[in-house]
Design a protein around this ligand. Structure first.
Ligand SMILES: Cc1cc2nc3c(=O)[nH]c(=O)nc-3n(C[C@H](O)[C@H](O)[C@H](O)COP(=O)(O)OP(=O)(O)OC[C@H]3O[C@@H](n4cnc5c(N)ncnc54)[C@H](O)[C@@H]3O)c2cc1C
Length: 450
């Protein structure tokens, strides 16, 4: 029986689901899978994107961990494709590779002032509060009034983490240095801006409703945003999610406000114009143009310019994938060009042996569950493409370990992740917390390899 030696690059949900689905797939060959991950710990954005106060979603890690714990997938953490291991290496040791490298950086928002000190990408902030080892450990939370631009769940995460009282994060796995900075934050007002109307948001109803449950935070919405036109009314009637979202807004419109020490303002019909510097050269205000429905489901500018004083600005306008050495990349969409997961060398030509799945395949939209259906599609091609797999000269499992060791790469493995996991949970126990994350990369590696 033939054996498929498969490399998967990226141990987020997409990579782990792909491995799991292949192992369970009906197939006329054996499989041996190695998962390469640039971080010392697996799980991608479930560990380093999902907010610490979302323990139910973080709990997906348990399901992913169960897959790895079966023991039929090897994991090599702290190994970066393009630096520690190359495409030529993979061709020498494997029959095929799946890239599941996700998207970790912020999409651009091209407005004047976006690069001013005090203007940040949501992804940077998320990486910081989730304890990503590769971002600076300090975060300057020095503003009382903050703007967040974007009308998706990441904007809500950022706004919630800024507005929430730090003590309410204590039971979670929020890293200690993040708690300290949030605790000292002088923030009183967080303003979220969206270009379109309240029935055109990309929020999940649950995430939106959660804002209203924050202790000592008033939700502020503005009546001028709720003069619904026919298109908005039709959206409420025809779309269950929008129906629930509208119910949440209605509740906030009717609520008394004024007693809380912090406020979270939602502004709709606000098209970003620029971020304005103060005399010290730092962010001082945000200017936007008021928009209005155009009658065709979109919005148009009204020419009315408004300005709000802020000390910090966050853009939450989407994530963006990164190019990988030797692999085609669509610069416009930030994805690996592919057809159902088969990577394309040109518009019509498939690159044999190379596949993609997850956010790097279809772009940074969708929930963790979507990466499963993605992986199914990709795996069905891997299985059916047997005739075009690579023919590796050195396919033994031992040869990969020899390669990594010959390069002096301090890789972490599944046993190492167990050690780190146990260590983090033990750190949290005395304080009654879910875990305390180890943040510095060298410390993560040291604990894993002990
Ligand atoms: C802020 C935020 C909050 C979210 N909250 C939720 C939520 O509450 N619920 C929900 O269902 N979904 C949520 N999502 C969406 C969810 O995180 C994604 O759907 C999912 O993580 C995408 O999976 P992926 O495996 O494609 O990418 P990722 O999770 O990004 O995993 C990719 C992995 O590849 C690794 N990698 C990248 N480059 C290399 C390289 N060169 N070499 C080796 N390894 C590499 C990365 O380190 C990473 O571990 C959230 C997303 C964000 C950004």
């Amino acid at each position: 029986m033939t054996k498929l030696r498969l490399a998967i690059v990226g141990a987020g949900p997409a990579g782990i689901y792909a491995a799991d689905i292949l192992l369970k797939h009906d197939r006329p060959f054996d499989v041996s899978i190695d998962l390469f991950e640039q971080l010392p710990a697996p799980y991608g954005l479930v560990r380093y994107g999902v907010a610490p106060d979302h323990p139910r979603i973080k709990g997906i890690i348990t399901a992913l961990r169960d897959v790895l714990d079966r023991g039929d997938i090897r994991i090599f953490g702290n190994v970066t494709y393009g630096r520690d291991i190359t495409l030529d290496d993979l061709k020498k040791h494997y029959n095929a590779v799946i890239f599941s490298t996700g998207a970790i950086r912020d999409a651009d928002l091209s407005i004047p002032g976006i690069d001013l000190p005090g203007s940040h990408g949501a992804a940077e902030f998320v990486s910081w509060y989730d304890g990503h080892p590769d971002v600076p450990r300090d975060w300057p939370l020095d503003a009382s009034s903050v703007a967040v631009v974007g009308n998706g769940n990441v904007a809500l995460d950022v706004a919630r983490m800024l507005a929430k009282h730090a003590d309410d994060l204590l039971p979670t796995e929020v890293p200690a240095n993040v708690y300290d900075v949030l605790k000292a934050s002088p923030v009183t007002d967080v303003h979220v801006f969206g270009r379109r109307g309240p029935t055109q948001v990309k929020f999940s109803p649950l995430e939106l409703r959660e804002l209203g449950e924050l202790r000592d935070v008033d939700m502020i919405v503005h009546e001028e945003d709720f003069h619904y036109d026919d298109a908005a009314r039709a959206a409420i009637e025809s779309n269950k999610q929008i129906f629930v979202i509208d119910k949440v807004f209605t509740k906030w419109r009717e609520e008394e406000t004024g007693s809380a020490s912090r406020r979270l303002h939602l502004h709709f019909y606000a098209k970003p114009l620029d971020v304005v510097a103060g005399p010290d050269g730092r962010v001082a205000s945000f200017r936007y143009e008021r928009t209005e429905p155009d009658g065709a489901g979109g919005v148009r500018g009204t020419g009315e310019i408004r300005e709000v004083a802020i000390g910090q600005f966050y853009r939450a306008v989407g994530y963006f994938g990164s190019a990988l050495d030797g692999i085609p990349f669509d610069e416009r969409r930030g994805v690996i060009p592919n057809r159902e997961g088969q990577v394309l060398a040109t518009d019509n030509e498939i690159l044999p042996g190379v596949y993609a799945t997850g956010w790097i395949k279809r772009g940074p939209v969708g929930l963790i569950g979507h990466t499963k259906s993605d992986a199914m599609e990709t795996i069905s091609h891997v299985v059916n493409d047997q005739s075009s797999w690579w023919s590796p000269s050195s396919p033994s499992e031992a040869s990969v370990i020899e390669l990594l060791e010959s390069r002096g790469i301090e890789y972490t493995d599944l046993g190492g992740w167990h050690k780190l996991d146990t260590h983090e949970i033990a750190l949290g126990e005395p304080e009654g917390r879910a875990r305390v994350k180890v943040v510095p990369r060298d410390e993560m590696v040291q604990i894993s390899r002990a």
